[in-house]
Write a protein that binds this ligand. Structure first.
Ligand code: PLP
Length: 342
């Protein structure tokens, strides 16, 4: 199959329309069969639940080419399960988890020409999402929904290697206790736009959000979970009911325990202890792990011993092992790699 003629290493992280997407409709209490379409537009009521009351959630994962030429994606069953959780919390009908994975596979198969070649560093980003599509004027759940999956090729997250970033402790909150921080609701991201634009304007790469109730515990950034490494090599990840359960973080924890024999602690992490860690990173689908070199807490700087030039040594081991599993150099645990095309 002939690939599109794209400059894979410099396409950046932008939406680029591809040939086909999956769409299924929910009406009268049931999902239809769903179909592939070449129509990249969505036509809905001006009063649709998504437009008036933000009734929408989404997922994000990637398909990529392994060294032996297969097109695969990573643990899509966990995206399906997380989307089901998001739907339940937003009073939306769950799209069956096995059909979610089928829709992801079908959409990638229909766009194989856009899956970047092995070694380019680029990937095919997959965006499943759902929204309330019929008119609601009183505040209540929609009765009709659309589930869609589109894909778009994206360039390597780090041009020229992963450089440590600088983040700030943010005075805005991301998620309320008992709110929607643990699901992938569009509304969580709408409210994070102001703080991230402000952070960028002030020269920071990301926001570190603290827990909204006490502002003493580390939560996450707008799009990634934290990992910390102690001076004696233990992996520590913050536990909270208001952070998104990152699939990358859960995979890193497994790799640390089962591949690298590391000690792992998944527990509340107080901001006060952050200065004592040896390494810090952000983890998520987009970059796998971005090293954090410096945290600015209202003018007081925490500089990690791993410095601003490269990833810390333990973070690097975790990164190399997980990306090795994803790319097929290292044997994956059962069920982690979903083959889409041989
Ligand atoms: C708020 C937030 N936290 C964490 C993550 C990382 O999750 P994952 O590893 O599943 O991509 C994401 C990205 O999906 C996110 O949006």
């Amino acid at each position: 199959m002939e690939k599109k003629n794209l400059d894979w290493s410099s396409i950046g992280f932008n939406y680029r329309q591809t040939d086909a997407r999956f769409v299924a409709n929910y009406k009268n209490g049931a999902w239809d069969e769903g179909t592939m379409t070449d129509d990249a537009t969505v036509v809905i009521s001006e009063c649709a639940g998504v437009l008036q009351y933000a009734q929408t959630c989404f997922e994000g994962l990637k398909a990529y080419t392994t060294e032996d030429g297969k097109v695969v994606c990573f643990r899509p069953d966990l995206n399906a399960a997380r989307m089901a959780d998001s739907c339940r919390r937003l009073e939306m009908p769950v799209y069956p988890e096995d059909k979610f994975v089928d829709a992801v596979v079908k959409t990638v198969q229909a766009n194989l020409a856009y899956v970047p070649p092995f070694g380019s560093g680029a990937t095919l980003y997959i965006r499943p999402y759902m929204f309330g599509s019929d008119a609601v004027i009183g505040v209540k759940p929609s009765e009709e929904y659309q589930f869609r999956v589109f894909v778009t090729p994206v360039g390597p997250y780090f041009q020229g290697g992963a450089k440590p970033i600088t983040i700030r402790v943010c005075d805005y909150d991301r998620a309320a206790p008992h709110g929607t921080g643990h699901i992938k609701a569009g509304l969580n991201y709408a409210m994070s736009l102001y703080p991230i634009v402000e952070a960028h304007r002030l020269g920071y790469d990301e926001n570190m959000y603290l827990d909204a109730a006490t502002r003493t515990k580390v939560e996450e950034t707008g799009g990634a979970n934290f990992i910390f490494i102690t001076k004696d090599g233990t992996l520590v990840t913050p536990k909270s009911d208001s952070i998104l359960p990152s699939i990358t973080r859960r995979s890193i924890v497994y790799v640390a325990e089962h591949y690298l024999g590391m000690k792992v602690e998944h527990r509340p992490v107080y901001f006060d202890e952050v200065k004592d860690f040896a390494e810090c990173g952000l983890c998520g689908t987009a970059a796998v792990i971005s090293p954090v070199g410096k945290i600015d807490d209202h003018g007081k700087e925490i500089c990690f011993p791993s410095g601003m030039d490269e990833m810390g040594p333990v973070t690097k081991k975790l990164y190399d092992t997980l990306t090795g599993i994803q790319m097929g150099h290292i044997e994956a645990p059962e069920g982690w790699i979903k083959v889409i095309s041989e």
